[in-house]
Design a protein around this ligand. Structure first.
Ligand code: ATP
Ligand code: MG
Length: 392
């Protein structure tokens, strides 16, 4: 990949916003600045539904691009070459860009698009396209013009400088994090919940995470794994407050007092309740889980309804209609998969009933739960003793 002098960022959905568009743009620029804070010094400025990121001094643009690929709200990243505002310099840059593109990706056809912001430039856009197109044709072998469906599109912008680019890298899409409130993600060590957090955060939601830990039945390694997963998704979601809830006492009491076949669903309901309390304290307005209909015994429609009924906050389940394979594809794409498949135990997998009730009616579950007479005390203890780790 050739090094960029300037990085041009295009945004998707934000461009369609009406009066509150500046709020989305400001947040996006803040998030870009945060993402680049430890990469080097950059100037970040906005011009007509695009953002220009320019290194100050010798800041590393390749490293910047890697970060920018994970900032929600950006639909495309273009690597621009800056040159003098004269036609020979622009042609040289265009030829160079086309050659390097052909080397990297191949391509037999091209077209030139141009945009002239600086109206003092002596040529108008159609003429720029024609002249530069001719010079590219003359200087690059084996290339033809195709204005409808070119393999390579050369873009020229005449602004303070002349800017030329052909590369377009797909951005993360979505909305800037911080523009759509906060939700609390029930983060296990598995494959699905990090993907669920990523998906909701992609819509601009700030994510807090809640993990239930059953020391000593679940190990420190299992906790470390969840911290690692939170770190990986925080590259997209921004800073995450990870709440580690001590869950052992509640689990042991449930096992001791409640009918065995309802264990899993009762445990799940207590997770939801505790997560809701933590969410309320931190200003989150919804819960997020990685559940998908029918994936495991506890995720039957009845099971899902029974966990919903334990809380009054809405529960977002972005993986609900996805096959495992589709979830795995996203987890590989965002980089959580390799960590998720590490074989450490989860609190849900250590106490599994031999004959779980897969389609519990809510009445049955509520009845079974009554045996846990000190539930309130157990829950407040768990919330009080929750450890909070700041990630990102
Ligand atoms: P994952 O769904 O993350 O791959 P899993 O499929 O093994 O893990 P389940 O046991 O099916 O998880 O749990 C369903 C959902 O419940 C998870 O997606 C997660 O949101 C939540 N959950 C499960 N265990 C925990 C835990 N220990 N801490 C926090 N949330 C949990
Ligand atoms: Mg799951």
């Amino acid at each position: 990949m050739k090094k960029a002098d300037v990085i041009l960022l295009k945004y998707g959905e934000i461009a369609l916003k009406g009066l509150n568009k500046p709020m989305f743009e400001r947040k996006l620029i803040d998030n870009i600045r945060l993402a680049l804070a430890d990469v080097g010094e950059f100037s970040v400025r906005k011009a007509q539904s695009t953002i220009y990121v320019e290194p100050l001094g010798d800041a590393d643009t390749d490293a910047a691009v890697q970060r920018l690929k994970k900032v929600f709200g950006i639909s495309n990243i273009c690597l621009m070459t800056k040159c003098e505002k004269n036609i020979d310099a622009i042609a040289a840059a265009a030829i160079e860009c086309v050659k390097s593109d052909m080397e990297e990706r191949g391509g037999k056809t091209f077209k030139v698009e141009s945009m002239r912001e600086d109206k003092t430039f002596p040529m108008r856009s159609p003429e720029i396209c024609r002249v530069i197109g001719g010079m590219v044709l003359k200087n690059v072998d084996g290339l033809k013009v195709d204005v409808h469906n070119p393999d390579i599109q050369v873009n020229i912008e005449i602004r303070g400088d002349a800017l030329v680019y052909t590369d377009k890298i797909r951005g993360a899409g979505g909305m800037p994090v911080g523009t759509n409130g906060k939700a609390a993600l029930l983060l296990s060590g598995g494959i699905d919940s990090p993907v669920a957090g990523y998906m909701i955060s992609k819509r601009g939601v700030t994510v807090d995470a809640v993990h239930f830990h059953s020391h000593p039945y679940t190990s420190d390694r299992a906790k470390e794994k969840v911290i690692d997963l939170a770190k990986i998704i925080s590259e997209y979601c921004g800073k995450i407050k990870l709440h580690i809830v001590p869950f052992t006492d509640i689990q042991l009491s449930i096992i001791d007092k409640c009918p065995e076949r309802h264990l899993t669903i009762i445990m799940r309901r207590y997770m939801m309740r505790i997560a809701e309390r933590i969410a309320e304290k931190s200003g989150a307005r919804a819960l997020i889980t990685g559940e998908s209909i029918g994936q495991v015994a506890s995720q039957t429609l009845e099971g899902l309804c029974a966990s919903d009924a334990a809380v009054s906050m809405p529960v977002f389940r972005p993986c609900i209609g996805m096959d495992k394979e589709e979830i795995v594809t996203i987890s590989k794409q965002i980089g959580t998969y390799e960590t998720s498949i590490l074989p450490y135990e989860d609190c849900c997998t250590i106490f599994v009933p031999k004959h779980p009730k897969t389609r519990p009616s809510l009445e049955e579950v509520v009845e079974a739960e009554k045996a846990l007479t000190n539930a309130e005390e157990l829950m407040s203890d768990a919330v009080e003793n929750t450890e909070v780790i700041e990630i990102g």
